[in-house]
Each structure stands twice: as structure tokens, then as C-alpha cells.
Design a protein around this ligand. Sequence first.
Ligand SMILES: [Zn+2]
Length: 459
Amino acid sequence: MTNPDILIRGARLAADLAERGADHLSAPAVDLRISNGRIVERGSGLGARDGERVVEAGGLVALTGFVDLHTHLREPGFEQSETVLTGTRAAAAGGFTSVFAMANTMPVQDTAGVVEQVQSLGDAAGYATVRPIGAVTEDLGGERLSEIGAMAQSRAAVRVFSDDGGCVHDPLLMRRALEYVKTFDGVIAQHAQDPRLTEGAQMNEGALSSELGLKGWPAVAEESIIARDALLAEHIGARLHICHLSTAGSVEVVRWAKARGVQVTAEVTPHHLILTEELVRSYDARYKVNPPLRREEDVRALRRAVAEGVIDIIATDHAPHPIEAKECEWDVAAFGMVGLESALPIALLTLVREGHASWAELETLLSQKPAEIGRLEGHPKALEVGEPADLALVDPSGWSEFGPARLRGLSANSPYLGMELPGRVVCTVRSGYLTLDDGELVDAGAVAEAARVAREGAR
Ligand SMILES: [Zn+2]
């Protein structure tokens, strides 16, 4: 048994739009036929066959499915905030076909058993490929290395390790972790934040934090850890990935490390590309995030760093929290924002429309490069015949209000609610079946069944 074939008609391929500022309609219209999880035909004027699902994609841009290297799915342990099912529904709504699930669950993803459990939950739900991230240290405690080798050799074949939420602060542990992952081509994703320099910190350190009387979070707390880890990675010859760059200084440190030939990659979140510390004046805890929102000049530097290739990828840091953790006093509110559903509109607004990235570069930032850093297998290299059918169809025209209905996870802590944003994801195809159809999530039962059929077909 196989899933129904899909014929996508008249899409513009992001890969054909290499020039910044190019109108998407300047690319040729392309038809794609999908069968048994793969692209089987690519051309123009392809005719529909019996039983085939036809998707009219005139005016839409097709990109390989987005890959989020930094998602908090919260399960096991914090199912009131998000579950693997609800988080991957949010992912599908945002055009994502794969997500890397951060390790700060309860129990922590620090053993083969827990990472296999998370991966199985993702397989069963079927909305996206879920690749668990392993904790670097036991219980995220920063004291002893976790079972890195066991997680790498497990069924989940973990390749990305991170203590995200906290920093691997001990330089000896960081060194050992880099040595360990080097043996199987893994990577350490560092949440760069010196804990001593940020004790009790509530927002970016500067004139505004003094004015508001909130404890500041200095840029150097991030930049010093990136510099140290770049030197450690160089010394070991291992791969290092820096989570959520937030300062202009961090960009310069990464630029320096790359010029030295260090195997370092860096991510930026959509929110650090658009929001500034000025929003903290509202004391609205939706704007409380780690690392904190920074200055206007940092936002500009981060956009330029994307344009220059110093920053490699966009990652959401999707961090769901229940309402009671956010609708409270600033100093006790939780850090974090949801981001899977809004990533594409914010990237369009801050990068593509501003001429910092072409559509082809956007595909690299949201799909190709995060897949490469995470050593994600089975991800399409391009929308070409023979490649796996994981893709997103985006309507770049028009603006619409980003309302609560756009959020498909369990939590609603989005900083964009009520904003007018450009573009929307219309369809998401994962492993050859639709997870998002004409802007609506496909029913959970149907997706789980399609995923089961796709797995059988792939055997
Ligand atoms: Zn983090």
C-alpha cells in the first residue's frame, strides 16, 4: 500500500531564484509529481492521473522542507506546554518537515532510552521527522558527561548534543564533549552564556536596563564563551555550533573563527532579527527571552551577518510556555517564545524583502544548511527527481494579521500576535504526503496513518 500520488502544478522553485530582490514570478513555473515518498517527475504541463491529488501552485514558491535545529517540544515532562504531537503540528503549519528536539525535557534526553522515546513519538505522530538532541551533561547538571556514545549508537542515532537552556560552562567538560562527538562526526550546539556574568539577569545590559532597574545581561557573557569554544573546537578539530547569536560582537567573533578555519556554524532566531530591547519597556513577558532582545544595532548586524554568510542558519528556538508562566510579573516569568509558525513570515520580512537573502539563500538558511549541520539523513538536497518529497509551498504575496488561529501548538506565547506579517505557508509535504493542505493542518489520524504507510513503503 502507498499514499496517494500528488501533482504540484505551476510552482516557482526557490532554487531558481538565486538573485536577491528577484520577483518570484520571474522564475519558470514547474510541475512536480510525487509518488511513494519521492519526486518522480519534474517538468511542465504534466497531466493528472487517476487518483492523484492535484495541488495548484501558481504564484507559490516551493522550497525543500524547513528544518529546525532548535525546537523545544517539551515532552516528556512538560506536556502542559507542548507535546511531540502538538509541537510537530506547529512545525507542519510553519513549513517544517524536520525538527531537532532540545534535550531539556523531564527526564532529560541524556540516555538512549529517552532519545528513542522522543523519536518514536515523532514517528507515530507523523507531522515531521523528529531528531532528538542529546544532553551534553548528565541531567543538564554541568558536572559529568552524559551517555553521549550510547545516544549516538541508539536507534535515534543522535548527532547533535546541547545543554541548551544552560551553557556547558566547564572548559574541560566542553573539551571532552568535543573530543567525543568528533569520533562520530557529531556536533556540540552551545548555548553561549557565561552563568556567572548573567546571574539573575532579566534583559540586555545597557542604558535601558539601568533605566528600568532590571538586572542586565552583558553581551560579553555570550561573546566570551563563543571565543573560548571556537578555540577549543580548533584545538580538537571538532565541529561546534553556536545557538541563537544575539549581539553584533558575537558576529565578529564567529567571523574571526571562520577566518581561522574553525569548524564553527552559527544560528540566529527570527525574533533576534526583528525585535529589540525597547519592547521590554512594556513589561509584557512575551518579550522575555534567552538570550535577551538586544539593541537596534545588534539586529542590523545580525541581518548583515546572514547576508554575508557569517550566520549559517535560522533556527526558531520555539519555546512554548503555558499562560500562567507568561502572564505574570516580568522577573518571575519564564524565558522563551513560540516560533515555528512565524519563522517564514519573519524571515521574509527581515531578509528576503530587505534584500539580505534571495529565495535560494532562504532555502539554504531554513532547510539545506540546518539539515547538513545536524547530519539529517533522508532530507532532499533539491526538488529534483529521485529526491525525498519533503517540501513547503509558500504564498509570498499579501500581508495578513498574525492572529491566535495561526498558532497550532499548545502554547500561545508569540510576540507577533496582532502584527501584520507578509507571506504564509500554504502546503507542507512530508515523506510524500500532505501535513498542511491549503493552510489547514491535515487531521492527526490521517497523518499518523500516512506516516505508517510511508514507513512501510520505505522498507
Ligand atoms: Zn538556548
